[in-house]
Write a protein that binds this ligand. Structure first.
Ligand SMILES: [Zn+2]
Ligand SMILES: [Zn+2]
Length: 360
């Protein structure tokens, strides 16, 4: 490839990129497009480190375009706006999540479900409408169509709030769509990581009773004392699991590794809903009986539309829902990825871009 990343566009930018399947990051100079009439340009302040960044950096889903600059939990400050921009002015705080483009005219787009648009454009490593490849938030500045930019609530923490732009909407959207957001319902959250810990916080804010289901007893105290879960189940403890059968209205299943569904689905009451958010690399085994015997549903969900992402951020600001984060400098990102592989983080790394990313 003879493309010159530094001169593709007129605006100089720098970030950290992985250039091959080793997934090792190093400083990378590239460029951003000039601010179009509906674009906002912003200085990146903070960017969360999502598990997808790790999968994509190593091309584990087979769709990565190198060099890859990941990051889709981005908050920043607006530095330039196009002539037709309505939502932002220079100096405003802005958020960008997993999407920077979609067709804007299909049924999904007209229903504010850009996340299900077949032509959706992800924030990094995807072909953009101008033929270039998108680069994400591990970078000093970004330019996005204002439609895909989220208005950041006033006085809402930028560093702690950043992970809501992926982890937050990924858990909020299914709870809303599947009606699992009603006070008095009993919700199970499977897996207590970046997604799971935010799911617990939203579920509590909705007024539901929450049971965390985990493989590891070590998370019990944290789940109950710190995150406010009501109950805790060890998924390998069959006695405990059987005693809890038929008690849940819904399950938010955040586990990305292959795992047996039957013991979890059996926790649902009749008509209960088991929502999958993780994508294991192997097909999951599914027994039909829990669905047939109790008309239970197994479904999935992927992030959320832009309108709903705005609604989620506003809800989080109103209820003071903030992920638990470990703030890191950009040159810690390779170590952070190694720790992420071992789930050694409570519960999200956030890169302090403004303070630590310097042009080389
Ligand atoms: Zn993500
Ligand atoms: Zn569309």
């Amino acid at each position: 490839m003879s493309k010159l990343y530094e001169t593709e566009h007129p605006v100089k930018a720098c970030g950290w990129a992985a250039t091959d399947t080793s997934g090792v990051f190093a400083p990378f100079n590239f460029s951003r497009r000039a601010t179009g009439e509906r674009d906002v340009q912003f200085k990146v302040l903070y960017c969360g480190v999502c598990h997808s960044d790790l999968h994509m950096a190593k091309n584990e889903w087979g769709i990565t375009q190198y060099p890859i600059v990941p990051g889709h939990e981005i908050v920043g400050e607006v530095t330039d706006v196009g002539s037709k921009v309505e939502k932002f002015k220079v100096g405003d705080k802005v958020g960008v999540g997993c999407l920077v483009g979609s067709c804007r005219q299909c049924d999904q787009c007209t229903d504010d479900l850009e996340n299900y648009c077949p032509k959706g454009i992800t924030t990094y490593s995807a072909p953009y409408s101008d033929g270039t490849i998108t680069y994400g938030g591990y970078s000093d500045l970004m330019v996005v169509d204002e439609h895909f930019a989220i208005v950041w609530p006033e006085n809402f923490p930028l560093d702690l709030g950043a992970p809501l732009l992926c982890a937050g909407i990924t858990t909020y959207s299914p709870m809303r769509y599947f009606g699992l957001d009603k006070p008095g319902l009993h919700i199970g959250v499977v897996g207590l990581g970046g997604l799971g810990h935010v799911a617990v916080k939203f579920a509590k804010a909705f007024g539901t009773k929450v049971t965390v289901i985990s493989t590891s007893l070590s998370k019990k105290e944290e789940a109950i004392e710190k995150l406010g879960a009501d109950e805790f189940l060890i998924s390998s403890d069959t006695v405990q699991m059987e005693a809890a059968a038929n008690t849940l209205d819904g399950i938010i299943d955040t586990v990305a590794a292959a795992h047996p569904l039957q013991p979890l689905t059996s926790l649902l009451k009749p008509h209960g809903k088991h929502i999958l958010l993780g994508v294991p690399d192997k097909p999951l085994e599914l027994h039909a009986s829990p669905m047939i015997m109790g008309r239970r549903t197994i479904s999935g969900s992927m992030i959320g539309g832009i309108k709903e992402t705005q609604e989620m951020i506003d809800f989080a600001a109103k209820h003071n829902i903030l992920p638990d984060v470990e703030l890191i400098p950009i040159d810690y990102v390779n170590t952070a990825m190694e720790r992420l592989m071992k789930s050694d983080v409570k519960y999200r790394f956030v890169i302090d871009i403004a303070k630590s990313l310097k042009a080389e």
